[in-house]
Structure formats: C-alpha cells, structure tokens
Write a protein that binds this ligand. Structure first.
Ligand code: 5GP
Length: 194
C-alpha cells in the first residue's frame, strides 16, 4: 500500500463464556456510537428484539455453507457446539476502506483464526475479576439448562487459560470502566463525557 495513512486497526475482543462480552458490547453500542462493530453472520435464530443486519446477519445453514464455499469468512466457528458464527472478510475490508477502526467481538476459536490471518490486529482478552465471579455469572443467568451450564463452565475453564495469547487483558469489573479501557485500546479518543 502506498498511502501514508496508517491502516485502521482491527481490534479483536474475546474472552470466556459468560464473562459479560455481550453486555459490554451492548453498552458500547448505545453509549459510544462512534465505535464501529463488525456485524457477524450466524445460523442462530434471532432473539426477540434482535435486528437482522444490525445485531447479526441471520443466515440459513445453506446460506452459511455458500459463503464458506466462497471463502468469504475471515474466521468462523461453531460456538457452544451449536450454531455457526463468522466474520465476513468484506465486513472488515469495508470498514478499513472507510478508515474505521473496527471491533470484532468473537469467540476464542475465531480470535485464533484472526491471529493467523491478520496478525497485525490488536487482541484484547476480557477477563472476569475472579473465577468465582465467572461461575456466578454462568449459573446466575438462569436461561440455560443444568447440562448446558456444566458444558459452559468446562468451556470457560479452557478459555481462561488462553489469556497469555492476547496482547492485553481487560478486567470486566465495571462495564463503563471496561468500555472506556477497550475504547482507549482501540486508539479512539472520546470527545464527549458520555
Ligand atoms: P450470542 O449467540 O450469545 O449472540 O453469541 C454467542 C457467542 O458467539 C459469543 O461468545 C460471541 O462472542 C460469539 N460470536 C459472535 N459473533 C462471532 C463471530 O463472528 N465469530 C466467532 N468466532 N464467534 C462469534
């Protein structure tokens, strides 16, 4: 590339199951709209209130297969042994072309693929204050079956061990504080006191 301007950064946010990644993302989306999120594709059905093209691109298995075949994904993974999720290369390319610093909120398997394919990206690990805190969040959510909770707990243990693979760790002790730290890590200056 001959342009003198630095390529805008890609920031990957990953962390263990139930660490509060989606709460943090939601908070950033509403409080700091200047942060540009990559919209992932998924085969998971939309939850009430989720908007196609905003929260996710909700795809059928066939549509996801077609994109896989076309090598359209920068990364993709089966999350919680259920649905497929992936970041489209075009989503990241478009953000970069528009000069936007883009945030990928993805799972650990996906983060590892991005590390392989886009090593210059910035990798941020979201960690719980303590393991006990993570267990409380996991079991307190009450939306999953006991079997599902057990499965997620096991996944969380394995995922926590991945922390050293990341450039920085942010402790999710307070959503506003964690959000501001992440935004600073992205190199975005906050101009408001929002
Ligand atoms: P949820 O179904 O609750 O929205 O998300 C479940 C998990 O999928 C979260 O851990 C989230 O980080 C992960 N996820 C969301 N989008 C992607 C993606 O594009 N790629 C990967 N690998 N994981 C994703």
């Amino acid at each position: 590339m001959s342009s003198a301007a630095p390529t805008p950064q890609v920031t990957v946010l990953a962390g263990p199951t139930s660490v509060g990644k989606s709460t943090l993302s939601r908070y950033i989306r509403t409080t700091f709209p200047q942060v540009h999120f990559s919209v992932s594709a998924t085969t998971r059905p939309a939850r009430p209130g989720e908007v196609d093209g905003e929260d996710y691109l909700f795809l059928s298995d066939e549509e996801f297969d077609r994109l896989l075949e076309a090598e359209a994904f920068l990364e993709w993974a089966v999350v919680h042994q259920r649905y497929r999720y992936g970041t489209l290369r075009s989503t990241v390319d478009e953000a970069q072309a528009e000069g936007k610093n883009v945030l990928l909120e993805i799972d650990l398997q996906g983060a590892r693929q991005v590390r392989q394919r886009l090593p210059e990206a910035h990798f941020v690990f979201l960690a719980p204050p303590t393991f006990e805190d993570l267990v409380r969040r996991l079991t307190g959510r009450g939306t999953e079956s006991a079997e599902e909770q057990q499965r997620r707990l096991e996944t969380a243990r394995i995922e926590l061990a991945a922390e050293p693979e990341f450039d920085v760790t942010i402790i999710n002790d307070d959503v506003d504080r964690a959000a501001r730290e992440l935004i600073a890590q992205m190199g975005i200056e906050l101009t408001t006191n929002a």
